[in-house]
Ligand binder design. Structure first.
Ligand SMILES: [Zn+2]
Length: 413
């Protein structure tokens, strides 16, 4: 039972709300259904009301008291009711949400995320001057004698142009239904080590070729352009590099050690913001790595690396204000005197990346590696430990769909 003490608020106002508790002051109990609707609609929409407690609540001058029968002689000014709604987490499967199955609901879901501030006409750029066209159908065909319904169709009052939310996004010119896109996005953002195009092809019932382009487009919307800003305010940034797959055109030398014949990736992790960013690099020479680090990490950062020669002499204000390193080849993974000096966070990132690349994707061409890196960065940066759950991760990915078209004919993919 929750004690209804020291809570004040105007009638019909929500005075406190947490993820699992709503406290509402209502002047009339019949208003309660309205507030229950509000509580299930707003940010708490994945919770459902479970228990409701109602108390009479009397305002006595400046004092607000829950009615307990000990103020009979006082003259009440306002009588209202305090309602406590205890919320229970909704255990309904995400996959049974309407937008995962129904095309109209899928369009409404995408529109609510991309046009959160109102519709934007892609033809003339005017905001909030469009109206929805309901019941429009395509031309009749043999397959669909009555034509197919065109969902999510809008018309601009200014330029009279028609458009859907697909325009100018990764969904443009795709014939796949929107709800399948949403299913694919959910599967990709919720699988920690990724999901292969072959598996999506089987699960979604689409061709492998469609699934392949779909996954690459989704990876593209996970890509975040902002690269700089690591290690601001003297924060710790861990830097490390890894080898993966095979560098095209380079043969493995006999008795070769190291990873010259493999593709190389450089990753940095900001220990404060808990975010990672990876870049595919052609080689690990000092002249290649240091300019990349300089460009993407603040000078005042405290940079942590391993003992690799490329990183020697980058501290003490030369490239960065401070540099700490451990000697992995000597079996030292944390500095013996200062436990802050290590690169174990970035090693942890690589452990997930490699499990995914080897266990799920198995092979990756160099021309695509940057997109796989973006995928693992995205999931790592929006992980549960950073306060993002699977559904929110899908919404963040959806916000990235704008302006990232990948076309079949582009030679760079
Ligand atoms: Zn327009």
């Amino acid at each position: 039972m929750i004690a209804p003490i020291a809570i004040r608020g105007k009638p019909n106002s929500i005075v406190a709300a947490t993820r699992f508790l709503f406290v509402i002051v209502v002047s009339d109990i019949s208003n309660l259904t309205h507030f229950m609707e509000v509580s299930s609609r707003c940010a708490y929409d994945r919770t459902i009301p479970e228990k409701i407690y109602i108390y009479r609540h009397i305002e006595l001058g400046s004092k607000a008291l829950p009615i307990l029968g000990d103020c009979i002689l006082d003259k009440p000014k306002v009588v209202s009711y305090l309602c406590f709604i205890e919320l229970k987490e909704n255990t309904m499967s995400v996959l049974s949400a309407p937008y995962m199955h129904d095309e109209a609901a899928a369009f409404a879901h995408v529109e609510s995320i991309i046009w959160a501030d109102g519709t934007v006409c892609p033809h003339c750029g005017v905001c909030d001057r469009a109206y929805k066209l309901e019941g429009v159908r395509t031309k009749p065909s043999k397959k669909n004698p009555e034509g197919k319904e065109r969902h999510g169709l809008w018309k601009c009052r200014d330029c009279r142009g028609q458009f859907t939310v697909r325009k100018g996004t990764i969904f443009e010119e795709s014939h796949l239904p929107m709800h399948l896109w949403l299913q694919a996005i959910h599967l990709m953002v919720s699988s920690k080590k990724g999901i292969s195009s072959h598996q999506l092809h089987r699960v979604l019932g689409i061709t492998y070729k469609s699934a392949w382009f779909l996954t690459h487009r989704i990876r593209e919307c996970m890509r975040d352009g902002a690269l700089a800003g690591f290690g601001g305010n003297g924060g710790i940034v861990e830097v490390d590099e890894t080898f993966i797959g095979k560098e095209p055109g380079v043969k493995k030398a006999k008795n070769a050690r190291g990873g010259d014949h493999k593709m190389k990736m450089l990753t940095r992790v900001d220990r404060e913001t808990k975010k990672a960013r990876s870049i595919v690099v052609d080689n690990l020479k000092k002249t290649t790595l240091i300019p990349i680090l300089q460009e993407n990490i603040a000078k005042e950062a405290y940079v942590m690396t391993d003992e690799a020669r490329q990183y020697q002499g980058i501290g003490a204000g030369k490239v960065f204000d401070a540099h700490g390193w451990t000697n992995h080849s000597a079996g030292q993974y944390v500095d013996y005197d200062d436990s802050e000096i290590h690169t174990n966070t970035v090693e942890g990132f690589y452990s997930i990346f490699k499990r995914g690349m080897k266990g799920v994707y198995q092979h990756c061409g160099k021309q695509h590696l940057h997109r796989y890196a973006a995928e693992f960065d995205f999931r790592y940066n929006n992980r549960t430990a950073n306060g993002v759950d699977d559904v929110e991760r899908g919404q963040i990915a959806l916000r990235g769909v704008v302006g990232k078209r990948l076309t079949y004919a582009r030679p760079s993919i």
